[in-house]
Design a protein around this ligand. Structure first.
Ligand SMILES: [Zn+2]
Ligand SMILES: [Zn+2]
Length: 342
């Protein structure tokens, strides 16, 4: 039996999009739609209806904004404070909209705030040569790179412009929401400074994408930092959470259903990446490029829609083996990078 099967899912009912679903006296769950195969994101409110803190916002889409407007009117909600767990559009996408429309305060981590502003600024820009070079070295074909360049800058269209100033939250901070203390815990590997929130008193962990019950969060490399080692960062972050979180904590994740079994899930995630690394090392008896290793890492079809994610994840695992001293890499005369056991 795999680890996910042993998790407990104590809340039977999954809310419809755009309604409040009570978790306990302090916390409500709101689900919003996403236009992708992962079709929803979970958002959490903490506090009383006239002075709420909202953790994550949904994507900057017309439908999501309408759902928000209806909910706010129907339930008479006031959002005093918006917190983003990380800079991905499904989480931070409407933070700027809330601040502009409702005058809320806004907090997130410094690195993710800056990176979100940077990526949003790419919209309308030409594709940098560094990015083309990066995907060429990974082994992508000219046609594949062309389809990437057509989508370049898409990020800014699904994130409302961020507020020009923000409150910085960082690892180890203790914030008070509605009379309860929440510990801020950062994590790396999914983004550079993802924040999650643990209340010992409520025994609740709002995990963003740092801990999900059934899917393994994307851990990949992008052209902005080709030599990064996010898989090792991710494994370290999982180990850190293992030390902090009680076994019976209720995890409120960014996707999927609330669950109990953080320790089992964290161990399974670490094992998942270590197994991938072992399998990857095995097939590198003969030289391979990043695009040649998809079969080992993914059990789904890789096509144009997920090629960039798959390439980034493959490179992340290859870099991890490289930094562990287990493989070497070399560029050929066509500017393609080949990896092989050392
Ligand atoms: Zn994310
Ligand atoms: Zn997400």
């Amino acid at each position: 039996m795999n680890a996910e099967k042993r998790l407990e899912f104590p809340i039977d009912e999954v809310p419809k999009y755009g309604v409040l679903h009570q978790i306990n006296e302090q916390i409500h769950w709101i689900r919003m739609p996403l236009p992708m195969s992962l079709n929803h994101v979970n958002l959490w409110t903490v506090g009383d209806k006239d002075s709420l803190t909202l953790i994550d916002t949904g994507m900057n889409l017309k439908d999501t904004k309408n759902l928000w407007k209806n909910l706010i009117k129907k339930e008479n909600l006031f959002f005093k404070h918006i917190i983003a767990t990380h800079m991905h559009p499904d989480h931070v996408g409407l933070a700027g909209w809330f601040v502009k429309k409702y005058g809320s305060n806004f907090s997130m981590s410094r690195t993710d705030y800056l990176q979100c502003r940077m990526l949003s600024a790419d919209t309308g820009d030409d594709v940098p040569n560094d990015a083309i070079n990066f995907y060429t070295q990974a082994g992508m074909t000219k046609d594949q790179i062309h389809s990437f360049t057509k989508r370049f800058g898409f990020f800014g269209s699904i994130v409302h412009p961020l507020p020009r100033s923000y409150n910085r939250l960082k690892d180890g901070d203790c914030i008070e929401i509605n009379g309860k203390n929440w510990l801020v815990i950062d994590g790396q590997g999914h983004t550079m400074e993802h924040l999650a929130f643990f209340s010992e008193e409520l025994n609740v962990f709002i995990s963003g994408d740092q801990l999900l019950p059934t899917i393994s969060s994307h851990v990949g490399i992008f052209p902005t930092e080709p030599e990064a080692n996010p898989v090792e960062d991710w494994i370290e972050s999982c180990n850190k959470l293992l030390k902090i979180l009680p076994k019976n904590v209720l995890v409120l994740p960014g996707h999927g259903r609330p669950f109990i079994g953080a320790d089992k899930r964290l161990k399974a995630l670490i094992e998942h990446h270590e197994t991938s690394l072992d399998k990857l090392h095995d097939i590198l008896k003969t030289p391979k490029r990043a695009v040649d290793v998809f079969d080992v890492l993914f059990n789904r079809e890789i096509d144009d829609s997920n090629l960039i994610m798959a390439t980034g994840e493959s490179l992340a695992h290859l870099n991890c083996l490289y930094y562990r001293g287990m493989i070497k890499k070399s560029l050929d005369q066509n500017n393609q990078c080949w990896y092989e056991q050392s």
